[in-house]
Each structure stands twice: as structure tokens, then as C-alpha cells.
Ligand binder design. Sequence first.
Ligand SMILES: [Mg+2]
Length: 288
Amino acid sequence: MGNSSSVIAQLEEERSTLMGDLELAEDTRKARYIKESEIEIAEELPSDLDIQNVILDHDGTISTLREGWEIVMHQVMMEVICGSNLDKLTTDEYNLISKKCEKFIDDTTGIQTIIQMQGLRELVLEEGLVPKEKVKTAAEYKAIYLDRLMVSVNDRIKRFERGERNIYDFTIQGATELLKALRDRGLILYLASGTDEENVVFEANALGYGDAFNGGIRGSKGNEIGDAKKIVIDRIIDEGNCVGNNLMVIGDGPVEIIEGRKVGALCIGVASDEIRRHGINYSKRTQG
Ligand SMILES: [Mg+2]
């Protein structure tokens, strides 16, 4: 039993070999900040920086359109694990599975959706409430989850378009100003997301900053199995001749930070609080 934890264990191992100072990540007492700011210095800046390219992550770094995905994922997990038994379970049975889902989401936050869905498939099999022949593939579960998530994303975009919400309701504070400041310095900006490319393009344009990305907006293509975000970042690094000291990576997820570190880029981890849309989210700080 406990196969879903094998997915997590494997990820933890990769994370710990490629991340920076883990002691610093786990212990905020060791943090050093730029004076009068919440900007933390994890490592000294290299002296030979010649930044020309900037790769920015989208969700949680610029956009908060997908904030609240945990709630959507929890609903979908409960439905697919319980199947037609969803309404027949006792309160205790229901709560026990609900707690497992909450813990699973907590443990897998920050990793790519397809791996989360592999874990979900393992949970469906472990719980055994759905007949084996009805258990779907991770890619199928991912499609169900993303369809559901898009309902909330599209609703938010419609509210924005109708003027009921403004740009600051759906972006991290200062993010759009940062894009402008980077462009004013003549840098090439790439937007990188593990989300399907057409959705990323649509969301960035709907919020009005899509054209800031003169290097392009890149997302996942088709149903690539594997780490969509990693594939996208590696593609940008290859095509844009981004190497070491000419590249800066800005993101709130471990994948972009790990891939950036692999090529020696200057990496800026954004431990963003997507609900307040300013300040630090300490659980993200530990991940990145
Ligand atoms: Mg992100």
C-alpha cells in the first residue's frame, strides 16, 4: 500500500539534490534581506552578470487567475475516488477520504499536475471504491481537473472584462509594473507555463500584458506526458540561446528555479501570497 507516497518520495529526492541551501529554506532565522524590503538574498550576485533574457513563470508569479486550484482539485479528487459511492458514504468515511485528499494536495503542491494525477490514480486504486475497469489514466484525470479549473478561470476573466474586477484583483502586486520595467531595460521577456499554451496566451492577453513578452509566450503543447513546465523552460533556454550569466528566471515554483539553476541562471524565487497578492507565503519559500 501507500503507492501514492512513492510519487512524493521520488520528487522530494530530486528536489533536495537540485535545490539550493536546504537549511536556509527550512529555517527563516538564517534569512538575510535587502534593507527595508522583503527581498531575501539567498546567494551573493555573481560579478559577471550580463542579463539579456528573462523567463517569467505565469501562475502565482504574475497572474492569480488560478488561485484556489486546491479547492477545485479536492472536489475532483473526491468525485473520482468515491465514484458512484460519493453520496452513499457515511460522514466518517467521507471525512477520512477528504482528509487524505487534503494531505495529498498539501504534500504535492508545487509539482506538475500530471504527477499529481498519477498520485490520484494510485489513491483511486488504493481506496477501491471504483471498479478497476473504470479507473482512468493520469492524463484523463488531468483533463477532468483542468476542465473544472477553467470554469473558475473563465468566470474571473469575464468579471474582469465586464469591469467588475480590475487588473490588481488578478495579478501579484507590482507584477505588471515589473514587466514594463524589464522591457524598458531592453530585455527579452519570455512567459513560461506548464499550462496548455493556448490557455496561457489567452489569459495573458485577456489581462492585457501578453504583448510585454517579446520573446514569446510558451506553454505546454498537446498532452505531453512528463514535466510540462520543465519541457517549456528547456525549450526557451535552447531556442533563446540562454546561458548562465545572460539569463534571469523569476518564478514561484520549484521547477523553474531548478531548471534555471541547472544552466547557471540568476534565479529569483517568488514566495507569493496569491490571496493577499503581496507579502510572503512561507510554505512557498520552503519549496523554492
Ligand atoms: Mg507558478
